[in-house]
Design a protein around this ligand. Structure first.
Ligand code: AGP
Length: 613
């Protein structure tokens, strides 16, 4: 999704902006651009494709200036091209802007502007904004007022950042709705703006997150925030503790590989301070969970997208089994328009890595409007999904850069397990003995994940064996059924292999027709209550000639005899098993994609944060 960076201060703006854009590459983009003001003029450089193209362009055609804005674009209106890339310059050459998000009513605005004689140079919705700002600015009002008046015309959700040669000592930014965050970075006699923290972390950790409906004017000495009416708003700045090194690849080839390996630390941190190891009691301090609330809840609706929704499907099993609360998992893009039945005894719980997924945020708002208690499990610190919830479980995984989510899948599994334990305890459903036993099993999780990571080379061999397939079928049952979905999603998004997932019991109702030598079956067949049924599915697949790749419990000879390849996982209770079985799935997808020469961290057509509908 689009990324924005802005700088004003004593230093040369272009390298700071280009570096910032580099740190936002994980969001996905198809073109990039930068604009600065130097000697009273705006200069713009833009190019399609990777940021290195823009860097090369700035190298051969340098930019000056101590004030500038930059953008990585993920095309929504108008094809990826130089002319559609941001920043967009107005007709007078005095105003330049970037936008993240969408102007829904751009067509009618564009028609009006064309009727007034404005010439458009791009196919974007964004260009209407710069022309409207110019139109208002021409009446002699201050730049900030021109931006403010422009916002009154716009419908949609976006973040807009603008600057002008007539007031070259300031940058104006506005955030309308939930199309993505804007963070203001406060430096020493210099200021920054960005869509996300990694873009400015190397310069400052002192930040203010802008809410929807806020505008800011920054100059090198500070900033002011108002609402769209120009009234001052109450805001807080804060110090962020992320280590910039954590946003680097370090020793790994790809962020995805690094993030797969970070799961030992992520899960350790997730369990970390939340368990009293003497009693097994769980505390989730940011959730504001009281005994009254725990006993009042009669339903939980988990809402999320993609990998986060798959994590929710595992959470449903945990919460229903342990806390005996009925749970529904509702895909956020459906929930938001479903006229949902929700009341004040319902918890709507969002799961989101980025905390800025448009559908998930809209689903949260829908839940809130209907009286539900709003919880979230979120990774990105300070994100919207974290801030608007009544209670939150922060993921504690650190920034996830690879577009394919890995550690932000396993962390919420553990978070939901902890939540289920806490709720069960408060609802009088968990004996002290069971609580302690569960805590003890959680304590062993990081070591078991470490064991799985040590087996990467074995999984890579399997990846070599299947790298040329065109299709495959993932099967799982019970608590591991969502792992089949997650395994298939991981493979398709980074290797572009067609992968379908089914609850294994459904195979006989249709997908079995697909099976032959060309259609491998990847199945989770660990030793749990569904084991015999899974063995039977594997036998049926073999009988139709399909190659079988199984995820099995260490030492299981029956599966070894049946399957062509086995990805082994350490023994565990059935509830904990998905936190382990997903790891070989992630490693397999990573190596298949790598062997096929795919761009693992930035797969085609995908964005890390999907901040538009
Ligand atoms: C994960 O591998 C995917 N790229 C995608 O499905 C993702 O999980 C989804 O877009 C939700 O994102 P979020 O967790 O940031 O809300």
């Amino acid at each position: 999704m689009c990324g924005i960076v802005g700088y004003i201060g004593p230093r040369s703006a272009p390298p700071i902006i280009l570096n910032g854009l580099k740190r936002l590459e994980y969001r996905g983009y198809d073109s990039a651009g930068v604009a600065t003001i130097a000697e009273g003029e705006i200069s713009v450089r833009r190019d399609v494709g990777k940021l290195k193209n823009l860097q090369a362009l700035v190298g051969t055609n340098p930019l000056g200036g101590n004030i500038g804005i930059g953008h990585t674009r993920w095309a929504t209106h108008g094809a990826p091209s130089e002319r559609n890339a941001h920043p967009h310059l107005g007709s007078t050459g005095e105003v330049v802007i970037v936008q993240n998000g969408i102007v829904e009513n751009f067509l009618e605005l564009k028609e009006d502007l064309i009727a007034e004689g404005v010439e458009f140079k791009s196919d974007t919705d964004t260009e209407v904004i710069v022309h409207l700002i110019e139109k208002h600015y021409a009446t002699g009002i201050p730049f900030v007022e021109a931006v403010r008046q422009t916002l009154q015309h716009l419908r949609g959700a976006n973040a807009v950042v603008a600057m002008s040669t007539r007031e070259p000592d300031k940058i104006v930014a506005a955030r309308m709705g939930n199309a993505g965050g804007v963070v203001i970075g406060i430096g020493d006699q210099e200021m920054f703006l960005a869509s996300d923290m990694p873009a400015i972390l190397e310069h400052t950790r002192h930040v203010t997150f802008m809410e929807a409906g806020w505008m800011t004017v920054i100059d090198s000495n500070g900033y002011e925030i108002t609402d769209f009416e120009g009234q001052p708003v109450e805001y807080k700045s804060q110090k962020i503790s992320w280590d910039p090194v954590a946003a680097e690849k370090g020793e790994y080839k790809h962020f995805m590989q690094k993030e797969i390996h970070e799961q030992v630390r992520a899960i350790t941190d997730t369990i970390g301070t939340r368990i009293d190891w003497k009693t097994g009691k769980v505390t989730l301090p940011e959730l504001n969970l009281t005994p009254e609330l725990a006993n009042k809840i009669n339903r939980i609706v988990i809402t999320a997208c993609g990998t986060a929704a798959n994590a929710g499907m595992v959470g449903k099993v945990y919460l229903e089994k342990l806390a005996r609360v009925p749970v529904e998992v509702s895909i956020a893009s459906e929930f938001r328009y479903s006229d949902p039945i929700v009341d004040d005894k319902t918890v709507v719980m969002a799961i989101s890595q980025s905390g800025e997924t448009a559908d998930t945020l809209a689903a949260m708002v829908e839940g809130r409007n209907r009286g539900a208690t709003l919880w979230s499990i979120v990774n990105a610190v300070g994100s919207e999904a974290m801030r608007i919830a009544d209670g939150c479980i922060p993921m504690h995984t650190g920034p996830e850069i690879g577009v394919a989510s890995t550690k932000a899948f396993t962390a919420p599994l553990v978070d939901q397990y902890l939540l289920a334990m806490a709720l069960a305890d408060l609802r009088g459903l968990l004996s002290p003995k069971d609580q302690l036993a569960m805590a003890n099993e959680l304590a062993q999780l990081p070591t078991k994940i470490g064991t799985l990571l040590d087996r990467e080379a074995d999984v890579e061999k399997i990846a070599r064996a299947i790298k040329d397939i065109d299709h495959c079928l993932y099967l799982g049952r019970g608590v591991n059924m969502p792992i089949a979905y997650e395994g298939a999603l991981k493979l398709k998004e980074i290797s572009y292999i067609h992968a379908e997932a089914y609850p294994a019991g459904e195979m006989k109702h249709g997908p079995i027709a697909l099976l032959d030598e060309e259609m491998p079956v990847i199945a989770i067949a660990t030793q749990d209550q569904w084991y015999e049924k899974m063995i039977s599915q594997l036998e049926q697949a073999k009988a139709r000639g399909a190659p079988v790749i199984a995820v099995a419990t260490d030492g299981d000879q029956r599966v070894a005899d049946l399957a062509d390849h086995v990805m082994w996982v350490p023994d565990s209770s059935w509830l904990i098993s998905p936190i382990l079985t997903v790891i070989p799935m992630q490693i397999l997808s990573y190596h298949v994609a790598l062997l096929r020469g795919c761009d693992v961290d930035q797969p085609r057509n995908l964005a890390k944060s999907v901040t538009v509908e």
